[in-house]
Design a protein around this ligand. Sequence first.
Ligand code: AHR
Length: 507
Amino acid sequence: MRNARLTLDPAFTVAPVPRRLFGSFVEHMGRCVYTGIFEPEHPTADEDGFRTDVLELVKELGPTVVRYPGGNFVSGFDWEDSVGPREQRPRRIDRAWRSVETNQFGLAEFDAWARKAGTEPMMAVNLGTRGMQDACNLLEYSNHASGTKYSDLRVAHGSTDPFGIKLWCLGNELDGPWQTGHKTAHEYGRLAAETGRAMRQIDPDIELVAVGSSSRSMPTFGAWESTVLELAYDTVDYVSLHAYYQEDDDTRDAGSFLASAVDMDLFIEQVVATADAVRARGKHSKFINLSFDEWNVWYQKRPHHGEGVQPWDVAPRVIEDEYSITDAVVVGTLLNSLLRHSDRVTIGAQAQLVNVIGLLRSEPGGDAWKQSIAHPFEQMRRLATGTVLRVASSSDKYSTTDFGDVDVVDASATYDEDTSTVSLFLANRDLEDSATVTVDLRGFDVSRVVTAKVLAATEGQTRDTTNATGAHDQVGLRPLQDATVTDGVASVVLPPLSWAVVQVAKA
Ligand code: AHR
């Protein structure tokens, strides 16, 4: 048996839970849009061609914000191709994914879908092949009421009301040599500053995200953020972070993979330090917050990536990772990392929503289901409410190749004053042993367990078990029996390799 002791106190808080932390991402990539959220021929399609089976699952997940339309895709995207009468929209080459983009789903469709899904749109502009004027035109088309060239074009296209998009990404991953229009930090920083300034002249209420590093392992990491923020500090509100994690299939070094949140913690803390150093140097008063707008498990080394896909296919099956119990535990710890840093990470977007490294999967003409990783996402989106608590943790350790000694138990917690409920989000990273977690809650008036659910392997399953077409509920949440609270101290027994949510409240 492994052990961990956590101490929480109502006075030790991080921040109010940021509404936008539990976001996701829809890119024109593979089958995320086509046969993912949009499939007019599907038996469940509504009058807009949206798959209502997928839409219902999206509503259950409840991503609070959805980034669109890319990703690498956006760096070659001409937004004008995606608006107006569908039959007149051109088919275009998508250089990033070597696919053909039909443009049958575009800006108006995304606006309508986001409204139906009850989520906030987060729009990225193309700063790869295009620049300030095109970004301004897109903003005018989206947010200006009427009476100008692009706003009247939107009205003529049938969208009388402006889309009213608040959140704008100034490009995507322009630090990466793979990106169409890859730039140096100086080139990008100047472009972001000038584009952002011009966009604010049109709509002063927008919020702007500058491109940060595509991962912590980028050779330019740190220097990129520093230069970009030196040039664009006054203009932007956020800097982005992207990170993808995978288990090495050759070594099956599960311990290091399970400790991915250690890397995420470090990444966040180093970007905060960099942004705050620029703040000090520039004698700025405002803080730059962090938008972790692409994160997930992604098995980039597995052979199935793009297998059978031909160049210039429409909506090819690319990176349709099937997520296991192990992946769900890792995703739970990545969400813990975001929550622990919610004083500075105020936007999160899991990548991506459907099929492409998706929370959800769907088959063309067929079924739709939640992947294992959707469960911690949905539970935390629903139950992490009120204020994020600082967790003082003393856990048994295990040793990893990549991160040295790491806590066996990973945790985050929130307190909702309105319902006097403490919510604990816990992961046991030990593959063999259960873990007893003792939580000192004596500062709270709590005496009963109201929720206790766990995701772990059940009889006959392994840590590699996944959900699949026709087998939607192999991996999911089960009741957790071993959760009690006595005299202000909660005790929870986590099975080996598991993720759990436990809520305790007033009598
Ligand atoms: O989410 C898949 C891809 O990963 C995105 O297009 C890109 O931004 C990142 O490299």
